[in-house]
Design a protein. Sequence first.
Length: 740
Amino acid sequence: KIEMAALRKSVVVLLVFYCYITVLVNSVFGVRTKNKIYIDLKTQSACFRNLNATHQAGCTSGSRGNVGTVHYIQTEDDFDWILSTGPHAPYVALLNSEDFNGTNVRRLYKSSRVNGIMVINILNSSAESPSIYPAEGFSSVDTCPNDKYGMYSNSRYGDCKPSGDWNPPGTSLHFQDIGIPIFALSDPEDVYAVLHQCFYPFNNQSQSYPVCAAEVKSRMDAAVDTITCIRRSNRVALSLSGAPRFCDALGDKNVFVTMKNIPQNETRQNGSVILIGARLDSTSLFQNEYQAADTTVAGVVALLATAEALWKVSDIIRSNETFKDILFTFFQGETFDYIGSSRMVYDMNLNKFPQDYDSGDTSKLYLSRMNLLHLSQIVELNQVGRRDDLDSLWTHTDSLYNESTKNHQVDQMIESLQDIGKNLNLLIQRVDKDQPLPPASTQRFLRNRVDIPAVVITDHQTNYINKFYNSRFDTANLINATDYPRGMNESEKYNYITKQAELIANLSTTLAQYLYTASTGQSPSPDLIQNLTADPLTVTHLLYCFLVSPICELFTESVDSTNADILKKAKQPFPFYVSVNTNTNQVTALVNNIMARFTGERRPLNQNDCENNGYDQRYTYTWMQGNLMADRNGNLQRVGWCIKSLVQKADAISPAFEIDGYDMLSGEYSTWTESRWGNSAIGVRLFLLPSQQFQMNILGVGLLMLVISLPVVYFFQSRSTILFGGNISFGSGSVYNPMS
């Protein structure tokens, strides 16, 4: 009995020890085994899904991703291989940037033999070459952008007639239902892995297994259209599950500032406000790839520099009540059917602009309300970064509303701009009067009040000079914003005044002097002209920070310590995509703070007291880190600034999501939303795919092991009382054996 008990104890101890070792080994080597099977790519630059009232657009994958054999397309024969003759379907196609166009992408995603697409997108590495930019251009949006939501949708100028498409390279891919995942490979290590650890060793000119495959995953939660997605989200929200929404409305904030601080108890006169604006957003087919040098940044920078120059003489304009007020505005979400501008017009029509307050509330002071009748003229900066050989700019006007008074005012506006520009060697030309306005925020204002004199300033006479409008190719070097001499370090680049900076500074100077003249009715004196001059160093700082690196002194000075930590972690310029209204848009926040810095005044308040809790709600208070200064011990510290300004932010969310019972199919307001997705819903990994025969062999071995294990299990089960003893009494700790 003693020997049998010792044997039983030894068997139990060995089994427990075996189980422990098995668990320990799996926990230590499980990740390593996974890494031996898969190569995870770094890319998160996925095509994702947007929706509007009529359809879904963009990309998605199966819940566990789409799997396909990787094939690198370099010739037409490679297309044939993937689409018809290749034996290892389905495929994940790898394309060069110059081959990634609307025609080729549609050929691929419409085929049942293609499960995904990857595109090489090395734009900022040592391998950079002009050949990687498609010679014919590339734009992810339409050839006639925003046409259905502008002022010409139901006129003879609809669909870009008769002058032709504004954006000929437009592919409309961003607004089509692609249905398979597409990823941009912007990291050289990802490209190396796909080419040299996957395609060339295993798939190039090979028809034998194993082959290298990719699992491409971009699973989107929303489907069908905005109407369906909102209905499903609302239904879930009312249930007890508390599940998240499936999509969110696109939107953010418009940023604006008025020159004058007119209170609500004073009535504005009709025609007493000049509006000057620029768009604040762009888009691309891929998440995180929102280059926007000409599409957006050049106009934003020009408007910021104009404000800085004009506010040097703000006291003069404010001192005379007959001088016109000037409203500087940055519109957000314009790419998606004019979200920001349509919302501002909507708020103006409802008497909610620039601030929404109760008319009977006299306990606080607010800015006087403003509506469309108060506007005397509109000047808009569109694409202004790509100049022709003469470095000229073009003024566009509305040709639909032909009325003598408006035409005369528009003529005066353009003549004044041309005269001021001529003194600065800036050539400003006028397009044919019969040509309609290009896609511009101004169209939303004229759609509601067509008699407002308006001028849109661009770098193109007819169709866009920028062949990469709203795409990942709209980079800083294409507008000569980074033409630095070789060998410069980042600090030297930050302070180097490029040709583009000089051109934009000239434009901003022209605009500052024009706005002064339009507001006061007087030409500025020689002394004032010196003040009404934009600083090219400020412009070059803005271009560097927006297009090269946000880790720059201008941005660092203009944010608080919390946002400074976010800046330090930035690995690339911040995206200009509008995103959804539940997110904080870094570009909007930065433009808001920089505008406050350029137009506000510093107050002697610490960070805790830097807020507006008082009677006068016309002003906002913004805390910034400020510049570096040495303390008594010689250590550099940020001094901290409390900026008081008239800069405001207002919702840039489509009225379609604000109006109860709004008809989403009416076509009046933007209905764009963005699908939600899970934390692990986006990714790409590579692995070797064995043949079907090999997989069947594995299955056979597994079944054989199962059959062999059955008698072994039966053997141990039938002799369990001998091997493991009898019942265990946990109360006494002794073993009870009925056979003893």
